[in-house]
Every structure is written in structure tokens, then in C-alpha cells.
Design a protein around this ligand. Structure first.
Ligand code: HEM
Length: 444
């Protein structure tokens, strides 16, 4: 088939007649909002500038096949070029043996014991937010929660990577050279160049640690000490740099975005908020609760999962079929582009009754049957599932446990809670920052 011959071969699944190039953009978001309800589990989209057909997959069984049982047949797909500009060949973009080696070396760093240790600096960072938030609350002022969460998310990942060296970096550079990442949501070429220029800063710390042999407890030390099981070799500087960059980018926007949406949803659902506060009062009283107590927060976890169902930061991701496969009755030709859109999967009424309703109890297994694992994939699934999932729950639960009992964040009094406009890019964001009135809980 030539590039311009877009007639649909008979054995491909049906789909829209119009041509469309699927990507992480507004046009695709709007088109999928129409097509997923209309065509359901699997449909095919032809495009003027892609020779191979694009399959949009929203059936949990097929998703399981692509991400788990036959994942070796599916490499990372289109859309990752832009990510590559930022992240070189870090594990989010690499494939095959290279990915497997790096993932195997990195995985132990994300153990429960390590994350439990990293949760202590997270506690300190959240406690430090109380003073500025208190000052705003004293005057009943408005908080730009989007920016606040972005800054917190960035600080959490940077301190988890560099620990006390972050202060050295800030001192030496006359400010935090990474700070622009929390302020500037655009990921254009200019940002990419600026970000890549931070290599000097990161490699500077790596060099100092190699020379001194110092290994403070943080992700950087864990990665520097990681060894390939077969060869005993550690990571080269270039590999370390790409993986550190990957953790910074993959690790800050996603959890920050989720907390942004969580505050927004709590502001609109006082009933949910009341149950959350009751759980926090019972299970994580005071500021010195243990890690086990924190991870015993069942309702808080349900609130976060329901937030991720409605607003998955990674709303669309792609794969490329290496060899031919079959999804149900349909052959998948080698080279086919595969698109999985958690945002639309998570809103299929066949899988999620009353899908637009914010209802954390969906995830409470004591009240409802467990949800299909492949109908809920904010972290993807299978071998390439997010490495930071547990870390992000620790980070987000810590934030809610320390801030939610103190502060009430509400939409301006007397105003209906506004519907928020979405900005679907590589991550799903709010088009405009969310501003909420902040009050002391005692006075709320
Ligand atoms: C709410 C928070 C988060 C969400 C929703 C999220 C989502 C995802 C998704 C959907 C993928 C898979 C993409 C694909 O298969 O194409 C992924 C991969 C990844 N995430 Fe996350 N993520 C979150 C937090 C984090 C954090 C905190 C870190 C680091 C500390 C992190 C690091 C990574 C890495 C390194 C990968 C690549 C894994 C691999 O390919 O082996 N993520 N994430």
C-alpha cells in the first residue's frame, strides 16, 4: 500500500473514514472522545503520513496481550521522539536488551525499604509547606495549587535523587537550576536544550561522588552502585545521566498533576473530603506517624486512584508491532501503530458504571468487586509498568496526610465550582492553573 493509498484493507477492524494522525494533541483528544464510544474495543485509523495502520485499543483483554502476555512483540511507538529529545536513551524510551539491562539494574533502587527511607525527606518538605500556606490562610487568600504541586513534585524527586547535594547545587549555581521545569509547562525545543544543558550540573555531582567515594542515601547513589548481574559493570556517565533525567521528568509532572487534580476534586466533593479527613485523623494522627501507618491509608489511596482514573496524566501512549499478531478476530500486521488511551478507557461505561462520577469507593474492595486490572492502567501494565508507582503513592499520601487535615481548599465562595479545561499534551494538564481559596481547617 502506498502512503497515499488509504483504502482500508478488508481484514482490518472498522473505524472512521476520515484520515487522522494520532498523537498527544488536542485534535486527537477530541477525535478519540467521539471514536472510542462509537467503535469500542478496537478500531483502525488511517493517516495520510503514516504508511502502517493505527489501532486504537480499549479492550482490557487486548491490552493485557499487548502489555503483558505478548509484550516482547510491541516496542515503544510514535510520540517518543519528543521524549527522546529530553531524555536521551533512558528506560522510558529504550527497548529490547538495552531496556532490560537498565530496568534490572534500577529496579532494586525502588524497593519498599528504600522508598520508606526516602519518605522522611518527603515528610520534611511537606511540613515546610505549612508556614507559607498558613500565611495565605490567615488572609483567606487564593493559592495557585497547580504551581504549588508542580514545585513540590519537582523538589520531592530532586531531593530523592540528590539528597543534600541539591543544596550544594543550589548554592553553587546561585539558585535551583532545575526550577524552570516547575514553572514552564511547555516542552518545546528550547526547554529541551535548557534541560540538556543541566548535564553539566548532574555530571558534576556524579564526578565528585566518584572521586570522594561518598554515597549519601538517594537514587543517584543507588544507581551509581547498581551492577549488571552478568558482567558486573556499572552504568557509564551517559547512562546515569539519561536515567537521572528520566526520573526527573517522569517523576515530577505526573504525581504533581495528580495532586493538582486531587485537590480540585476534593474541593468539589465535600462528602469525599470528610471521609478522607476521618481516615487521616484515625490512622495518621499528628505529624510523626510511621511509614506503615501512612501506607495503611486505604481511603486516601482510593481517592488517588479515582483521581487517576478520571485524569490519568499519561492519557495516551503508543506501541509498534514488531511482528504480526492477532487481537481477537483481527490480524495486526507487523509495523502497526498501537495506541492505548487510559483517559478514554477509564471512562468506558461498559467497564465503569456512571463513568463521569467521582466515586473513590469503586476501588474499595471491601465494598465493590475488584476492578479489572487492565481496565485501569494509569501506570501502564506488564513489564514496562511505571517503576515509580509505589514511590508516587508514598509521595501523594504523605502530602494529603500532612496538609489536608490543616487546610481547606475551596473554590471562591458563592461561585459554582468551575469546570476545568483540559490541556492534552504529552501529559494531561489543566489548561489554566487552578486557584483555590485557602483556609485553616479549624476556621473552615
Ligand atoms: C502519578 C504518578 C505517575 C504516573 C501516572 C505515571 C505513569 C507512567 C506510565 C503510564 C508509564 C508507562 C509509559 C509507557 O509504557 O509507554 C510510566 C513509566 C515510567 N515511569 Fe511513571 N508515572 C508516575 C510517577 C512516576 C515517578 C514518581 C517516577 C520516578 C520516580 C516514574 C518513573 C517512570 C519510569 C522510569 C518509567 C519507564 C519504565 C520502563 O519503561 O521500564 N513515574 N509511568
Amino acid at each position: 500500500m502506498s502512503i497515499h493509498d488509504t483504502a482500508r484493507p478488508a481484514d482490518l477492524p472498522s473505524g472512521p473514514d476520515e484520515l487522522h494522525t494520532i498523537g498527544p494533541d488536542r485534535q486527537t483528544f477530541d477525535a478519540l472522545a467521539r471514536w472510542v464510544p462509537e467503535y469500542g474495543d478496537l478500531f483502525c485509523v488511517q493517516s495520510r503520513d503514516r504508511r502502517d495502520p493505527s489501532f486504537v485499543v480499549s479492550n482490557p483483554g487486548y491490552i493485557r496481550q499487548i502489555l503483558l502476555t505478548n509484550h516482547e512483540n510491541y516496542a515503544k511507538g510514535v510520540g517518543f521522539e519528543r521524549v527522546k529529545m529530553l531524555l536521551g536513551n533512558g528506560i522510558i524510551v529504550s527497548d529490547g536488551e538495552e531496556w532490560r539491562r537498565q530496568r534490572t539494574m534500577m529496579q532494586p533502587g525502588f524497593s519498599r525499604a528504600n522508598i520508606a527511607r526516602l519518605s522522611e525527606p518527603m515528610r520534611a518538605m511537606n511540613l515546610a509547606l505549612r508556614e507559607p500556606w498558613s500565611r495565605l490562610a490567615d488572609g483567606g487568600e487564593v493559592l495557585d495549587i497547580t504551581t504549588a504541586m508542580s514545585r513540590l513534585g519537582l523538589e520531592v524527586i530532586l531531593r530523592s535523587i540528590f539528597s543534600s547535594d541539591l543544596d550544594r547545587i543550589i548554592g553553587r549555581e546561585g539558585g535551583n537550576p532545575f526550577a524552570f521545569l516547575a514553572e514552564d509547562a511547555t516542552r518545546d525545543l528550547q526547554t529541551a536544550v535548557r534541560f540538556r544543558n543541566l548535564a553539566r550540573v548532574i555530571l558534576g555531582v556524579v564526578g565528585e561522588r566518584r572521586q570522594s567515594g561518598e554515597r549519601p542515601f538517594d537514587f543517584l547513589s543507588l544507581l551509581m552502585d547498581a551492577r549488571d548481574r552478568k558482567t558486573g559493570a556499572g552504568m557509564t556517565d551517559k547512562e546515569l545521566l539519561d536515567e537521572i533525567n528520566t526520573l526527573i521528568i517522569a517523576g515530577h509532572e505526573t504525581s504533581a498533576g495528580t495532586l493538582n487534580w486531587a485537590w480540585y476534586l476534593l474541593g468539589r466533593h465535600p462528602d469525599v473530603e470528610a471521609r478522607l479527613l476521618a481516615e487521616l485523623a484515625e490512622r495518621t494522627p499528628g505529624d510523626a506517624f510511621s511509614f506503615d501507618q501512612l501506607m495503611d491509608l486505604n481511603y486516601a489511596a482510593c481517592v488517588l486512584k479515582e483521581t487517576l482514573r478520571l485524569y490519568p496524566p499519561v492519557w495516551l501512549f503508543s506501541r509498534r508491532a514488531l511482528k504480526e499478531d492477532r487481537l481477537g478476530d483481527f490480524p495486526v500486521p507487523a509495523g502497526a501503530h498501537i495506541f492505548i488511551a487510559p483517559y478514554f478507557l477509564h471512562r468506558r461505561p461498559e467497564l465503569w458504571p456512571d463513568p463521569e462520577r467521582f466515586d473513590p469507593d469503586r476501588f474499595d474492595e471491601a465494598r465493590n468487586p475488584p476492578v479489572d486490572r487492565y481496565a485501569f492502567i494509569p501506570f501502564s501494565a506488564g513489564a514496562r509498568r511505571c517503576i515509580g508507582e509505589y514511590f508516587s503513592f508514598v509521595e501523594m499520601q504523605m502530602h494529603l496526610a500532612l496538609l489536608a487535615p490543616r487546610f481547606a481548599l475551596r473554590f471562591a465562595p458563592g461561585m459554582p465550582a468551575p469546570a476545568v479545561e483540559l490541556e492534552p499534551a504529552v501529559n494531561l494538564r489543566t489548561r489554566h492553573n487552578i486557584h483555590l481559596t485557602i483556609r485553616h481547617r479549624s476556621a473552615a
